[in-house]
Write a protein that binds this ligand. Structure first.
Ligand SMILES: NC(=O)c1ccc[n+]([C@@H]2O[C@H](COP(=O)([O-])OP(=O)(O)OC[C@H]3O[C@@H](n4cnc5c(N)ncnc54)[C@H](OP(=O)(O)O)[C@@H]3O)[C@@H](O)[C@H]2O)c1
Length: 248
């Protein structure tokens, strides 16, 4: 099986949904001695995931750390970067950062978003924290010969398509797409992918159903995670590209 070599892989939003499925898929592609950092608020769910991953015999030499932090706070981002820096002493030949954590936010008419604090808080988590975290990890592992670098931005069709009443979500996903396009232009040694995973059966979709009454035909998270890992292995997309589950 193709591997990513001896790597460090950081997955935000790993406690459930797509991030959790991705942690499983990535764990099969990392060589012994690799480090997997799982980030989310729920320490219990992360710990369960760590045990699940270690229960597969092939993963026993994978070093898994759980980082139970709130990425909407400065402390949460700083603590994650601090944990990443601790691993920078190890011999690593591949850095994979998967910016997956995200939230739906309020779904409501445009004219209802008068609360600057609420809007800022949404953008702070969904946009700014991904920027500050990626910058911190780039500082921890500066580009050098022999070091492969991948950044994934877990995006959405709504980074490209405007949907009435979804101003928070659409704006954040569009901003993230541009943010990671800038990184791709700026850093030729960092391979950047914005991946729209398709409609998946997760808690976020349950919230969408509850808030809008609209149900979608949903994919199992694992199906989309397998596709993303394959894309990373094949490595034949231009850096900065936005790709959707249904077009690859
Ligand atoms: N589901 C879909 O159909 C769909 C479609 C397109 C794109 N996406 C995108 O895919 C990504 C994952 O979505 P999902 O459906 O798997 O969502 P989900 O089931 O709601 O999971 C979200 C993840 O983010 C973590 N998270 C939320 N707030 C956090 C915070 N403040 N600090 C740290 N971690 C936080 C959650 O863990 P804790 O609660 O433990 O913190 C959880 O692990 C998101 O970026 C979403 O926009 C999803």
């Amino acid at each position: 099986m193709a591997t990513f070599g001896r790597g460090i892989c950081i997955i935000t939003g790993a406690s459930k949904g797509f991030g959790r499925a991705l942690a499983h898929e990535m764990s099969h592609s990392l060589e012994p001695g690799s480090v997997l950092l799982l980030v989310a608020r729920s320490g219990t769910l992360l710990q369960d995931l760590k045990e699940e991953l270690h229960s597969f015999s092939e993963n026993q030499q994978l070093i898994v750390h759980c980082i139970a932090v709130d990425l909407s706070t400065r402390e949460g981002v700083n603590e994650t970067v601090r944990m990443v820096k601790q691993e920078a002493v190890n011999e690593i030949d591949h850095v994979l950062l998967i910016n997956n954590a995200g939230s739906l936010g309020e779904i409501s008419g445009f004219e209802n978003f008068t609360d600057l604090e609420m809007v800022n808080s949404f953008m702070s988590f969904n946009v700014s924290s991904a920027l500050a975290l990626t910058a911190g990890v780039l500082q921890a592992f500066p580009c050098r010969a022999g070091l492969r670098w991948n950044v994934v931005n877990v995006s959405s069709i709504f980074a490209l398509k405007a949907l009435p009443s979804w101003v928070l979500y659409c704006t954040a996903k569009a901003a993230r797409k541009m943010m990671f396009s800038v990184l791709a232009e700026e850093e030729p040694n960092v391979k950047v992918l914005s991946y729209s995973p398709g409609p998946m059966d997760t808690d976020m979709q349950e919230d969408i159903l509850r808030l809008t009454g609209v149900s979608h035909c949903l994919l199992p998270c694992q199906e989309s995670a397998v596709k993303l890992v394959k894309l990373l292995h094949n490595n034949d997309y231009p850096s900065g590209k936005h790709l959707d589950f249904f077009e690859v």
